[in-house]
Design a protein around this ligand. Structure first.
Ligand SMILES: NC(=O)c1ccc[n+]([C@@H]2O[C@H](COP(=O)([O-])OP(=O)(O)OC[C@H]3O[C@@H](n4cnc5c(N)ncnc54)[C@H](O)[C@@H]3O)[C@@H](O)[C@H]2O)c1
Length: 310
């Protein structure tokens, strides 16, 4: 049976580019985009689209039956900074929807799931440099708690019911096509827009706040790679890493292209979140087991961001 894919949360930062990549690979008509809101023209005009509220199990099921969906990419979520403002709602979106989808797979209504986790599963007690695959997981944010609980639910359904669910722990994702959705690493996208429009940027994290980051194309490649190939014997929410930098270092890279660009710092509540996250990630398991390799270094992503946003 050929794959019929449903992307839930297809209009977000990652979903909109992921959907286009999947359409390229599987054919436009085989990839159904869905969200509670409309996406950009490219997404809306290139293939099927359905309005779905991910917290409404019945409407997801209806779309699954309508198209004969085999695989779901569950990208709908409330991100770290937004979730802190609406903890219960964040839990509802981030958790209940995952459980619906896992149940659909358990009941063999669908056969495969992609569900992204995040470096937010780590916390203050985790080693912050070269953070290992297996380590202390004591997240301090609602978002991190939901990602950790989600990972454990995926492991449970995989082990107990044989559900094929695959997960990457994304770092901060940097892209230019769609704005970011309310995360703690969003500064590393905003900075490019402001550098070009205003020549200056006020950063909500401090100069020395180092965080792991990845350019969108690498994130998409990692996602497609982990979804290809046979089912894993054990569920692992893989660490994946590319680059790490702080706002000061990113500024220096941008100044190589825009020498007059200046940055100032006004840390807000997101600083506290960032302070509990790793600075660098050890992703040797992903590199060994499914040959994960990133392409974009910091200088590459700075060039490509400025080039495309110009
Ligand atoms: N962007 C990052 O840097 C990053 C890093 C780590 C993990 N992730 C994870 O990747 C996934 C996608 O992230 P993103 O950056 O694209 O997020 P985003 O906020 O840009 O997009 C999320 C999309 O989900 C939709 N959505 C929200 N509630 C919904 C609902 N009830 N029903 C249907 N759709 C709904 C939104 O409209 C939005 O289009 C999330 O699980 C996120 O936690 C992202």
């Amino acid at each position: 049976m050929s794959e019929k894919i449903l992307v839930i949360g297809a209009c977000g930062q990652i979903g909109s580019e992921l959907t286009m990549k999947l359409r390229e690979k599987y054919g436009n008509q085989n990839v159904i985009a869905s969200d509670i809101r409309e996406g950009n023209d490219e997404l809306m005009n290139s293939g099927p689209f359905e309005f779905i509220d991910a917290t409404d199990k019945a409407s997801i099921l209806m779309v699954i039956h309508k198209y004969g969906i085999t695989t779901i990419y569950l990208m709908a979520a409330m991100l770290s900074a937004t979730a802190e403002k609406q903890p219960k709602k964040a839990w509802d979106i981030n958790m209940n929807t995952l459980l619906y989808i896992l149940d659909f797979a358990k009941e063999k209504i669908i056969s495969k799931i992609y569900w992204p986790s995040s470096i937010a599963v780590f916390g203050e007690t985790t080693p912050r440099i070269d953070t290992p695959q297996q380590t202390i997981l004591e997240p301090a944010t609602v978002y991190g708690i939901s990602k950790l609980a989600g990972e454990r639910w995926c492991a449970y359904y995989h082990q107990k019911f044989g559900v094929d669910v695959r997960t990457l722990r994304y770092p901060g994702i940097i892209s230019w096509k769609t704005p970011p959705g309310g995360g703690t690493t969003d500064y590393a996208v905003e900075i490019f827009h402001k550098a070009l429009s205003d020549g200056k940027y006020e950063c909500f994290l401090s100069a020395e706040t180092t965080l792991p980051m990845m350019y969108m194309d690498d994130a998409l490649k990692a996602t497609l790679d982990v979804m290809d190939g046979p089912k894993f014997d054990t569920y692992i929410a893989y660490n994946v890493a590319a680059v790490s930098f702080n706002p000061k270092e990113l500024t220096s890279e941008i100044q190589k292209h825009l020498p007059n660009f200046t940055i100032s710092y006004k840390p807000d509540f997101r600083q506290k979140i960032a302070d509990t996250w790793p600075q660098t990630i050890n992703d040797s398991l992903a590199r060994k087991e499914w040959s994960w390799k990133h392409e974009y270094e910091t200088s590459d992503l700075v060039s490509v961001m400025l080039e495309n946003l110009k």
